[in-house]
Ligand binder design. Structure first.
Ligand code: HEC
Length: 207
C-alpha cells in the first residue's frame, strides 16, 4: 500500500512536469513525431511554381469542365416536380421524347439498375429477394404504385425511398425518365384488356 501511494505520487509529479509545461513559451521547435504531417511536398494554391510551364501551381479545369450544380436547374425535367414547389408532375415532361429508342434504353437501364431487386418483371422477385439479401421489395404492379404520377416515380428513383437507395447520383436524368417510361409499359403489360388490342389482332390471341 505504501508503495502504491508512492508510485501514485510519482506519477502525479511526472504528469505535472510533462503536462504542466503546456502553454509555456519556448523558442525551441517542438519535437516532431510525425514530421511528414508538418512538412508536406505540396503546392500551395495560387503560389508561383516552376514545375509547370505556365508557372502556376493551381491548374485550370479541363476544357469543357462543368461545375457541379451548373447544369442543374429547378425544372420538372431535372426534378420531377414543378419549379419551387413540391407538386410532382403528372407525366413525363415534353422535352423527353417517348419513342422506341427511349423505351429500349429504359428496358436496358431497368434491367441493369432495378431488376436485381424488383425483378425483370418488376414484381419484386429479383435476385436479392431470392437469396434473402432484401426482405421486402416493393411489387411495382401494386395498384398504389401504378397510381403514382410519373414525377413521383422519377422522385423515388432519384432520391430512393425507405430501404431503397437513391439512383439519382448514378443514373442520368434522361435515363431515369426512360426507366419511368419502361416501368409504365411493364405495368400496362399486366393491366391491359382485350379492348387495348387493335381489333384485327384480337382473333390471334389465345383465350
Ligand atoms: C437494392 C435493391 C433495390 C434496387 C436496385 C431498386 N429498388 Fe426500388 N425498392 C427497393 C425496396 C426494398 C423498396 C421498398 C422500400 C420501402 O418501402 O422501404 C423499393 C421501393 C420502390 C418503389 C415504391 C416506393 C413506395 O412508395 O412504396 C418504387 C416505385 C421503386 N422501388 C422503383 C425502383 C426503380 C425504378 C429502380 C431502378 C432505378 C429501383 N426501384 C431499384 C429496393 C430496390
Amino acid at each position: 500500500m505504501r508503495y502504491l501511494l508512492l508510485i501514485f505520487a510519482l506519477a502525479v509529479v511526472v504528469v505535472m512536469v510533462v503536462g504542466g509545461r503546456r502553454g509555456d513559451l519556448s523558442r525551441r521547435p517542438p519535437i516532431e513525431l510525425f514530421a511528414d504531417m508538418d512538412r508536406q511536398p505540396k503546392l500551395r494554391p495560387q503560389a508561383p511554381n516552376d514545375f509547370f510551364g505556365d508557372g502556376r501551381s493551381s491548374r485550370l479545369g479541363v476544357a469543357g469542365t462543368v461545375a457541379r450544380g451548373d447544369h442543374y436547374q429547378d425544372l420538372p425535367i431535372n426534378t420531377g416536380h414543378m419549379p419551387g414547389v413540391t407538386n410532382v408532375v403528372e407525366s413525363i415532361p415534353a422535352e423527353i421524347k417517348v419513342d422506341e429508342a427511349l423505351m429500349n434504353r429504359g428496358q436496358q437501364r431497368f434491367n441493369i439498375n432495378c431488376s436485381p431487386c424488383h425483378g425483370a418483371q418488376g414484381d419484386g422477385n429479383g435476385i436479392t429477394k431470392r437469396i434473402g439479401a432484401m426482405g421486402v421489395v416493393a411489387d411495382l404492379h401494386d395498384p398504389r404504385i401504378v397510381k403514382m404520377t410519373d414525377g413521383e416515380l422519377f422522385g423515388i428513383i432519384t432520391n430512393g425511398k425507405g430501404l431503397m437507395g437513391a439512383y439519382g447520383p448514378n443514373v442520368p436524368v434522361e435515363d431515369r425518365w426512360a426507366i419511368v417510361a419502361y416501368l409504365r409499359a411493364l405495368q400496362l403489360s399486366r393491366l391491359g384488356t382485350l379492348d387495348d388490342v387493335p381489333a384485327p389482332f384480337r382473333a390471334q390471341l389465345k383465350k
